[in-house]
Write a protein that binds this ligand. Structure first.
Ligand SMILES: Cc1ncc(C[n+]2csc(CCOP(=O)(O)OP(=O)(O)O)c2C)c(N)n1
Length: 407
Protein backbone atom coordinates (compact mmCIF):
# COMPACT_ATOMS: atom_id res chain seq x y z
CA UNK A 1 0.00 0.00 0.00
CA UNK A 2 1.36 3.40 -0.93
CA UNK A 3 1.77 5.42 2.29
CA UNK A 4 3.22 8.68 0.97
CA UNK A 5 4.86 9.88 -2.21
CA UNK A 6 8.35 9.37 -0.69
CA UNK A 7 7.77 5.69 0.30
CA UNK A 8 9.34 3.05 -1.96
CA UNK A 9 6.78 0.48 -2.93
CA UNK A 10 7.32 -3.00 -4.31
CA UNK A 11 6.12 -3.03 -7.90
CA UNK A 12 3.60 -5.65 -8.90
CA UNK A 13 4.59 -8.69 -11.01
CA UNK A 14 4.66 -7.78 -14.68
CA UNK A 15 6.05 -4.33 -14.07
CA UNK A 16 9.54 -3.41 -15.18
CA UNK A 17 10.91 -3.61 -11.62
CA UNK A 18 9.79 -7.20 -11.06
CA UNK A 19 12.71 -9.61 -11.25
CA UNK A 20 11.65 -13.24 -11.02
CA UNK A 21 15.24 -14.49 -11.16
CA UNK A 22 16.60 -14.96 -7.65
CA UNK A 23 19.86 -13.27 -6.67
CA UNK A 24 23.03 -15.30 -7.44
CA UNK A 25 23.58 -16.38 -3.82
CA UNK A 26 20.33 -18.32 -3.74
CA UNK A 27 20.60 -22.08 -4.27
CA UNK A 28 18.04 -24.78 -3.79
CA UNK A 29 18.93 -26.42 -0.47
CA UNK A 30 17.50 -29.81 -1.26
CA UNK A 31 17.55 -32.08 -4.24
CA UNK A 32 13.81 -32.61 -4.79
CA UNK A 33 14.18 -36.11 -6.26
CA UNK A 34 14.31 -38.07 -2.96
CA UNK A 35 11.32 -36.11 -1.68
CA UNK A 36 9.07 -36.98 -4.61
CA UNK A 37 6.39 -39.62 -4.11
CA UNK A 38 6.36 -42.75 -6.26
CA UNK A 39 4.21 -42.37 -9.36
CA UNK A 40 1.94 -45.22 -8.22
CA UNK A 41 0.58 -45.77 -4.70
CA UNK A 42 2.70 -48.22 -2.69
CA UNK A 43 1.08 -51.65 -2.28
CA UNK A 44 1.81 -54.83 -0.35
CA UNK A 45 -1.29 -57.01 -0.92
CA UNK A 46 -1.29 -58.71 -4.30
CA UNK A 47 2.45 -58.03 -4.77
CA UNK A 48 5.62 -60.01 -4.01
CA UNK A 49 5.99 -58.02 -0.78
CA UNK A 50 2.90 -59.72 0.67
CA UNK A 51 4.72 -63.02 1.30
CA UNK A 52 7.09 -61.24 3.66
CA UNK A 53 4.33 -59.53 5.66
CA UNK A 54 4.21 -60.60 9.32
CA UNK A 55 1.26 -63.01 9.82
CA UNK A 56 0.57 -61.70 13.32
CA UNK A 57 0.33 -58.13 12.06
CA UNK A 58 -1.96 -59.22 9.21
CA UNK A 59 -4.30 -60.98 11.62
CA UNK A 60 -4.35 -58.03 14.02
CA UNK A 61 -5.15 -55.69 11.14
CA UNK A 62 -7.88 -58.04 9.95
CA UNK A 63 -9.59 -58.24 13.34
CA UNK A 64 -9.45 -54.46 13.73
CA UNK A 65 -10.80 -53.84 10.22
CA UNK A 66 -13.79 -56.11 10.79
CA UNK A 67 -14.44 -54.54 14.15
CA UNK A 68 -14.02 -51.04 12.65
CA UNK A 69 -16.50 -51.78 9.86
CA UNK A 70 -19.02 -52.97 12.44
CA UNK A 71 -18.41 -49.88 14.57
CA UNK A 72 -19.09 -47.62 11.58
CA UNK A 73 -22.30 -49.49 10.76
CA UNK A 74 -23.49 -49.35 14.36
CA UNK A 75 -22.74 -45.65 14.77
CA UNK A 76 -24.58 -44.89 11.51
CA UNK A 77 -27.58 -46.90 12.73
CA UNK A 78 -27.57 -44.91 15.97
CA UNK A 79 -28.02 -41.67 13.99
CA UNK A 80 -31.14 -43.16 12.42
CA UNK A 81 -32.47 -44.10 15.85
CA UNK A 82 -31.97 -40.56 17.16
CA UNK A 83 -29.26 -41.69 19.55
CA UNK A 84 -26.40 -39.90 17.81
CA UNK A 85 -26.67 -36.43 16.25
CA UNK A 86 -24.18 -36.90 13.46
CA UNK A 87 -21.72 -39.54 12.30
CA UNK A 88 -19.09 -39.06 9.62
CA UNK A 89 -18.50 -42.70 8.72
CA UNK A 90 -15.08 -44.05 7.77
CA UNK A 91 -16.54 -47.10 6.03
CA UNK A 92 -14.11 -48.01 3.24
CA UNK A 93 -11.31 -46.13 5.03
CA UNK A 94 -10.83 -48.60 7.90
CA UNK A 95 -7.34 -49.62 6.77
CA UNK A 96 -6.15 -46.02 7.19
CA UNK A 97 -7.88 -45.57 10.53
CA UNK A 98 -6.61 -48.82 12.04
CA UNK A 99 -3.05 -48.54 10.71
CA UNK A 100 -2.82 -44.97 12.06
CA UNK A 101 -3.69 -46.23 15.54
CA UNK A 102 -1.38 -49.23 15.44
CA UNK A 103 1.78 -47.33 14.49
CA UNK A 104 1.59 -45.16 17.60
CA UNK A 105 3.58 -45.91 20.74
CA UNK A 106 1.98 -45.15 24.07
CA UNK A 107 3.69 -41.76 24.40
CA UNK A 108 2.84 -40.62 20.85
CA UNK A 109 -0.12 -38.35 20.07
CA UNK A 110 -2.95 -38.74 17.61
CA UNK A 111 -4.57 -35.60 16.14
CA UNK A 112 -7.83 -36.76 14.54
CA UNK A 113 -10.47 -34.98 12.47
CA UNK A 114 -14.22 -35.53 12.93
CA UNK A 115 -14.01 -38.58 10.60
CA UNK A 116 -11.45 -40.38 12.72
CA UNK A 117 -13.40 -41.75 15.70
CA UNK A 118 -12.37 -45.21 14.57
CA UNK A 119 -8.66 -44.37 14.79
CA UNK A 120 -9.30 -43.15 18.34
CA UNK A 121 -11.20 -46.34 19.22
CA UNK A 122 -8.51 -48.52 17.64
CA UNK A 123 -5.98 -46.68 19.83
CA UNK A 124 -7.96 -47.89 22.83
CA UNK A 125 -10.44 -45.08 23.53
CA UNK A 126 -13.78 -46.18 24.93
CA UNK A 127 -16.23 -46.37 21.95
CA UNK A 128 -18.92 -44.39 23.76
CA UNK A 129 -16.55 -41.65 24.85
CA UNK A 130 -15.42 -41.41 21.21
CA UNK A 131 -19.02 -40.59 20.23
CA UNK A 132 -19.81 -38.13 23.03
CA UNK A 133 -18.96 -35.04 20.99
CA UNK A 134 -20.96 -36.30 18.01
CA UNK A 135 -23.97 -36.80 20.29
CA UNK A 136 -23.57 -33.20 21.44
CA UNK A 137 -23.46 -34.30 25.08
CA UNK A 138 -20.30 -32.85 26.40
CA UNK A 139 -17.00 -31.28 25.45
CA UNK A 140 -14.45 -33.58 23.82
CA UNK A 141 -15.89 -36.58 25.68
CA UNK A 142 -12.55 -37.87 26.91
CA UNK A 143 -9.41 -36.57 28.50
CA UNK A 144 -6.98 -35.91 25.63
CA UNK A 145 -3.96 -36.10 27.94
CA UNK A 146 -4.95 -39.47 29.37
CA UNK A 147 -5.19 -41.07 25.94
CA UNK A 148 -2.84 -38.78 24.02
CA UNK A 149 -5.63 -38.25 21.52
CA UNK A 150 -6.41 -34.61 20.75
CA UNK A 151 -10.10 -33.67 20.44
CA UNK A 152 -11.82 -34.79 17.23
CA UNK A 153 -11.41 -31.62 15.22
CA UNK A 154 -14.33 -30.20 13.22
CA UNK A 155 -12.75 -27.00 11.82
CA UNK A 156 -10.79 -28.32 8.85
CA UNK A 157 -7.02 -28.73 9.26
CA UNK A 158 -6.79 -26.81 12.54
CA UNK A 159 -5.53 -30.02 14.14
CA UNK A 160 -2.38 -29.78 12.00
CA UNK A 161 -0.78 -26.70 13.63
CA UNK A 162 -1.84 -28.15 16.99
CA UNK A 163 0.06 -31.34 16.18
CA UNK A 164 3.11 -29.40 15.02
CA UNK A 165 3.08 -27.28 18.17
CA UNK A 166 2.94 -30.32 20.41
CA UNK A 167 5.65 -32.13 18.45
CA UNK A 168 7.94 -29.10 18.36
CA UNK A 169 7.46 -28.47 22.09
CA UNK A 170 8.22 -32.12 22.86
CA UNK A 171 11.43 -31.87 20.88
CA UNK A 172 12.49 -28.68 22.66
CA UNK A 173 11.87 -30.42 25.99
CA UNK A 174 13.75 -33.53 24.88
CA UNK A 175 10.65 -35.77 25.14
CA UNK A 176 10.54 -38.79 22.87
CA UNK A 177 7.13 -38.07 21.31
CA UNK A 178 5.85 -38.15 17.74
CA UNK A 179 2.55 -36.58 16.63
CA UNK A 180 0.45 -38.17 13.91
CA UNK A 181 -2.02 -35.72 12.36
CA UNK A 182 -4.92 -36.89 10.20
CA UNK A 183 -6.57 -34.71 7.57
CA UNK A 184 -8.85 -35.12 4.56
CA UNK A 185 -8.09 -34.20 0.96
CA UNK A 186 -10.25 -31.08 1.27
CA UNK A 187 -8.32 -30.05 4.37
CA UNK A 188 -5.13 -29.78 2.30
CA UNK A 189 -6.55 -26.60 0.69
CA UNK A 190 -6.72 -24.83 4.04
CA UNK A 191 -4.21 -22.20 5.12
CA UNK A 192 -3.57 -24.18 8.30
CA UNK A 193 -2.26 -27.07 6.18
CA UNK A 194 0.33 -24.78 4.61
CA UNK A 195 1.39 -23.16 7.87
CA UNK A 196 1.67 -26.48 9.68
CA UNK A 197 3.74 -28.19 6.99
CA UNK A 198 6.02 -25.22 6.47
CA UNK A 199 6.76 -24.76 10.16
CA UNK A 200 7.23 -28.49 10.70
CA UNK A 201 9.70 -28.81 7.83
CA UNK A 202 11.75 -25.74 8.77
CA UNK A 203 12.02 -26.88 12.40
CA UNK A 204 12.17 -30.62 11.63
CA UNK A 205 9.35 -31.25 14.05
CA UNK A 206 8.65 -34.93 14.85
CA UNK A 207 5.26 -35.05 13.15
CA UNK A 208 3.66 -37.12 10.41
CA UNK A 209 0.89 -35.66 8.26
CA UNK A 210 -1.51 -38.32 7.05
CA UNK A 211 -3.95 -37.31 4.32
CA UNK A 212 -6.82 -39.67 3.65
CA UNK A 213 -7.72 -38.84 0.09
CA UNK A 214 -11.21 -40.33 -0.01
CA UNK A 215 -12.14 -38.64 -3.27
CA UNK A 216 -14.47 -35.96 -1.94
CA UNK A 217 -14.77 -32.98 0.35
CA UNK A 218 -18.50 -33.37 0.91
CA UNK A 219 -19.59 -32.94 -2.75
CA UNK A 220 -16.34 -31.48 -4.10
CA UNK A 221 -14.30 -34.07 -6.01
CA UNK A 222 -10.52 -34.08 -5.84
CA UNK A 223 -10.23 -32.74 -9.40
CA UNK A 224 -11.87 -29.52 -8.22
CA UNK A 225 -9.80 -29.44 -5.05
CA UNK A 226 -6.30 -29.38 -6.48
CA UNK A 227 -4.32 -29.21 -9.70
CA UNK A 228 -1.31 -30.93 -8.09
CA UNK A 229 -0.18 -34.26 -9.61
CA UNK A 230 -0.99 -35.81 -6.22
CA UNK A 231 -1.47 -34.46 -2.71
CA UNK A 232 1.78 -36.17 -1.71
CA UNK A 233 3.61 -33.95 -4.22
CA UNK A 234 2.80 -30.96 -2.04
CA UNK A 235 5.46 -32.21 0.39
CA UNK A 236 8.27 -31.32 -1.98
CA UNK A 237 7.49 -27.61 -1.85
CA UNK A 238 7.99 -27.68 1.90
CA UNK A 239 11.17 -29.73 1.76
CA UNK A 240 9.85 -32.95 3.25
CA UNK A 241 9.30 -36.37 1.66
CA UNK A 242 5.90 -37.19 0.17
CA UNK A 243 4.71 -40.80 0.17
CA UNK A 244 1.78 -42.15 -1.80
CA UNK A 245 0.13 -45.34 -0.57
CA UNK A 246 -2.90 -47.46 -1.41
CA UNK A 247 -5.19 -46.52 1.47
CA UNK A 248 -7.17 -49.77 1.23
CA UNK A 249 -4.09 -51.96 1.62
CA UNK A 250 -3.78 -52.16 5.40
CA UNK A 251 -0.24 -53.60 5.61
CA UNK A 252 0.97 -51.05 3.04
CA UNK A 253 -0.47 -48.14 5.03
CA UNK A 254 1.00 -49.64 8.21
CA UNK A 255 4.43 -49.91 6.61
CA UNK A 256 4.50 -46.41 5.11
CA UNK A 257 3.24 -44.79 8.31
CA UNK A 258 5.68 -46.82 10.45
CA UNK A 259 8.59 -45.63 8.31
CA UNK A 260 7.41 -42.02 8.55
CA UNK A 261 6.99 -42.30 12.33
CA UNK A 262 10.46 -43.79 12.65
CA UNK A 263 11.92 -41.00 10.56
CA UNK A 264 10.27 -38.40 12.80
CA UNK A 265 11.38 -40.25 15.95
CA UNK A 266 15.00 -40.37 14.88
CA UNK A 267 15.22 -36.63 14.12
CA UNK A 268 14.61 -36.88 10.37
CA UNK A 269 11.69 -34.44 10.45
CA UNK A 270 8.18 -34.61 9.06
CA UNK A 271 6.69 -36.67 6.21
CA UNK A 272 3.51 -36.13 4.24
CA UNK A 273 1.70 -39.40 3.51
CA UNK A 274 -1.23 -39.51 1.11
CA UNK A 275 -3.43 -42.60 1.21
CA UNK A 276 -5.67 -43.10 -1.79
CA UNK A 277 -8.97 -44.47 -0.56
CA UNK A 278 -12.70 -43.93 -0.99
CA UNK A 279 -15.52 -42.74 1.21
CA UNK A 280 -18.14 -45.46 0.70
CA UNK A 281 -20.90 -43.78 2.71
CA UNK A 282 -22.26 -40.26 2.39
CA UNK A 283 -20.27 -37.43 3.99
CA UNK A 284 -22.43 -37.82 7.12
CA UNK A 285 -25.98 -38.94 7.85
CA UNK A 286 -27.00 -35.36 6.89
CA UNK A 287 -25.73 -35.75 3.31
CA UNK A 288 -27.24 -37.33 0.17
CA UNK A 289 -24.26 -38.54 -1.86
CA UNK A 290 -26.41 -39.59 -4.84
CA UNK A 291 -26.67 -35.88 -5.73
CA UNK A 292 -23.03 -35.69 -6.74
CA UNK A 293 -21.74 -39.19 -7.52
CA UNK A 294 -22.99 -42.29 -9.27
CA UNK A 295 -23.54 -45.80 -7.89
CA UNK A 296 -21.11 -47.19 -10.48
CA UNK A 297 -18.19 -45.35 -8.84
CA UNK A 298 -19.09 -46.70 -5.43
CA UNK A 299 -19.55 -50.22 -6.82
CA UNK A 300 -16.13 -50.12 -8.51
CA UNK A 301 -14.50 -49.42 -5.15
CA UNK A 302 -16.25 -52.43 -3.57
CA UNK A 303 -13.86 -54.60 -5.57
CA UNK A 304 -11.01 -52.83 -3.80
CA UNK A 305 -12.44 -53.10 -0.31
CA UNK A 306 -9.81 -53.15 2.48
CA UNK A 307 -11.34 -56.18 4.23
CA UNK A 308 -11.74 -58.11 0.98
CA UNK A 309 -8.12 -57.45 -0.03
CA UNK A 310 -6.77 -58.62 3.31
CA UNK A 311 -9.06 -61.65 3.48
CA UNK A 312 -7.78 -62.78 0.08
CA UNK A 313 -4.19 -62.65 1.27
CA UNK A 314 -4.90 -64.36 4.59
CA UNK A 315 -6.92 -67.12 2.96
CA UNK A 316 -4.27 -67.72 0.26
CA UNK A 317 -1.61 -68.07 2.96
CA UNK A 318 -3.76 -70.43 5.03
CA UNK A 319 -3.91 -67.93 7.90
CA UNK A 320 -7.68 -67.54 7.97
CA UNK A 321 -10.29 -70.28 8.06
CA UNK A 322 -14.05 -70.15 8.60
CA UNK A 323 -13.71 -70.70 12.34
CA UNK A 324 -11.34 -67.77 12.78
CA UNK A 325 -13.48 -65.59 10.55
CA UNK A 326 -16.54 -66.42 12.68
CA UNK A 327 -14.70 -65.65 15.92
CA UNK A 328 -13.65 -62.23 14.62
CA UNK A 329 -17.19 -61.48 13.37
CA UNK A 330 -18.71 -62.53 16.70
CA UNK A 331 -16.28 -60.30 18.61
CA UNK A 332 -17.29 -57.34 16.42
CA UNK A 333 -20.97 -58.16 16.93
CA UNK A 334 -20.55 -58.24 20.71
CA UNK A 335 -18.82 -54.85 20.61
CA UNK A 336 -21.72 -53.43 18.56
CA UNK A 337 -24.33 -54.86 20.94
CA UNK A 338 -22.58 -53.32 23.92
CA UNK A 339 -22.26 -49.99 22.12
CA UNK A 340 -25.99 -50.03 21.27
CA UNK A 341 -26.93 -50.82 24.82
CA UNK A 342 -24.78 -48.07 26.30
CA UNK A 343 -25.80 -45.46 23.71
CA UNK A 344 -29.45 -46.24 24.40
CA UNK A 345 -29.08 -45.15 28.01
CA UNK A 346 -29.87 -41.48 28.54
CA UNK A 347 -26.81 -39.65 29.79
CA UNK A 348 -27.12 -37.59 32.96
CA UNK A 349 -25.74 -34.18 32.13
CA UNK A 350 -25.13 -31.06 34.16
CA UNK A 351 -25.86 -27.80 32.28
CA UNK A 352 -23.20 -26.11 34.39
CA UNK A 353 -20.61 -28.23 32.56
CA UNK A 354 -21.03 -25.80 29.69
CA UNK A 355 -18.50 -23.66 31.54
CA UNK A 356 -16.26 -26.45 32.76
CA UNK A 357 -12.77 -27.06 31.42
CA UNK A 358 -12.93 -24.38 28.75
CA UNK A 359 -10.62 -21.84 30.37
CA UNK A 360 -8.11 -22.48 33.14
CA UNK A 361 -9.37 -19.22 34.62
CA UNK A 362 -12.90 -18.20 33.73
CA UNK A 363 -13.34 -14.72 32.28
CA UNK A 364 -15.52 -12.17 34.10
CA UNK A 365 -18.21 -12.47 31.45
CA UNK A 366 -18.31 -16.25 31.72
CA UNK A 367 -18.43 -16.06 35.53
CA UNK A 368 -21.43 -13.77 35.18
CA UNK A 369 -23.15 -16.13 32.73
CA UNK A 370 -22.42 -19.13 34.94
CA UNK A 371 -23.96 -17.34 37.94
CA UNK A 372 -27.06 -16.53 35.91
CA UNK A 373 -27.46 -20.12 34.76
CA UNK A 374 -26.93 -21.47 38.27
CA UNK A 375 -29.60 -19.13 39.62
CA UNK A 376 -32.04 -20.18 36.91
CA UNK A 377 -31.41 -23.85 37.55
CA UNK A 378 -31.90 -23.42 41.26
CA UNK A 379 -35.11 -21.47 40.67
CA UNK A 380 -36.48 -24.15 38.35
CA UNK A 381 -35.59 -26.87 40.87
CA UNK A 382 -37.52 -25.00 43.56
CA UNK A 383 -40.58 -24.69 41.33
CA UNK A 384 -40.19 -28.31 40.22
CA UNK A 385 -39.74 -27.33 36.56
CA UNK A 386 -36.52 -29.24 36.14
CA UNK A 387 -36.90 -32.23 33.88
CA UNK A 388 -35.80 -35.65 35.07
CA UNK A 389 -32.06 -36.00 35.11
CA UNK A 390 -31.34 -32.33 34.67
CA UNK A 391 -28.83 -30.65 36.91
CA UNK A 392 -28.19 -33.75 38.96
CA UNK A 393 -24.75 -34.06 40.44
CA UNK A 394 -22.58 -36.29 38.33
CA UNK A 395 -19.03 -36.95 37.40
CA UNK A 396 -17.10 -33.79 36.57
CA UNK A 397 -15.66 -35.68 33.61
CA UNK A 398 -18.95 -35.85 31.77
CA UNK A 399 -20.35 -39.12 30.45
CA UNK A 400 -18.18 -41.78 31.96
CA UNK A 401 -16.40 -44.23 29.80
CA UNK A 402 -16.15 -47.87 30.43
CA UNK A 403 -13.31 -50.22 29.80
CA UNK A 404 -10.56 -49.11 27.40
CA UNK A 405 -12.19 -51.11 24.65
CA UNK A 406 -10.80 -52.28 21.36
CA UNK A 407 -7.14 -53.18 21.38
C1 LIG B 1 -12.56 -24.37 8.29
C2 LIG B 1 -13.75 -25.15 7.82
N1 LIG B 1 -14.34 -24.83 6.65
C3 LIG B 1 -15.41 -25.54 6.22
C4 LIG B 1 -15.93 -26.55 6.97
C5 LIG B 1 -17.16 -27.31 6.48
N2 LIG B 1 -16.79 -28.67 6.09
C6 LIG B 1 -16.98 -29.70 6.93
S1 LIG B 1 -16.45 -31.14 6.31
C7 LIG B 1 -15.94 -30.42 4.87
C8 LIG B 1 -15.30 -31.24 3.78
C9 LIG B 1 -13.96 -31.75 4.19
O1 LIG B 1 -13.48 -32.69 3.29
P1 LIG B 1 -12.14 -33.48 3.50
O2 LIG B 1 -11.11 -32.60 4.12
O3 LIG B 1 -11.79 -34.11 2.22
O4 LIG B 1 -12.47 -34.56 4.60
P2 LIG B 1 -13.54 -35.74 4.60
O5 LIG B 1 -14.82 -35.17 5.15
O6 LIG B 1 -13.69 -36.24 3.21
O7 LIG B 1 -12.98 -36.76 5.52
C10 LIG B 1 -16.21 -29.04 4.90
C11 LIG B 1 -15.92 -28.11 3.80
C12 LIG B 1 -15.29 -26.84 8.20
N3 LIG B 1 -15.70 -27.85 8.98
N4 LIG B 1 -14.20 -26.15 8.59
Amino acid sequence: MRKSSSTTVQELPGSAAYRPTPPPAWRPRTDPAPLLPDPEPFRVLGTDAAAAADPELLLTLYAQLVRGRRYNAQATALTKQGRLAVYPSSTGQEACEVAAALVLREQDWLFPSYRDTLAAVARGLDPVQALTLLRGDWHTGYDPHEHRIAPLCTPLATQLPHAVGLAHAARLKGDDVVALALVGDGGTSEGDFHEALNFAAVWRAPVVFFVQNNGFAISVPLAKQTAAPSLAHKAVGYGMPGRLVDGNDAPAVHQVLSEAMERARSGGGPTLVEAVTYRMDAHTNADDATRYRGDADVEAWREHDPILLLERELTARGLLDDGHRRTVAEGAEAMAARLRERMNADPVLDPMDLFAEVYAERTGQLREQADLLRAELEASEETGDAGEGSHSPHSPRGPRGEEGDAR
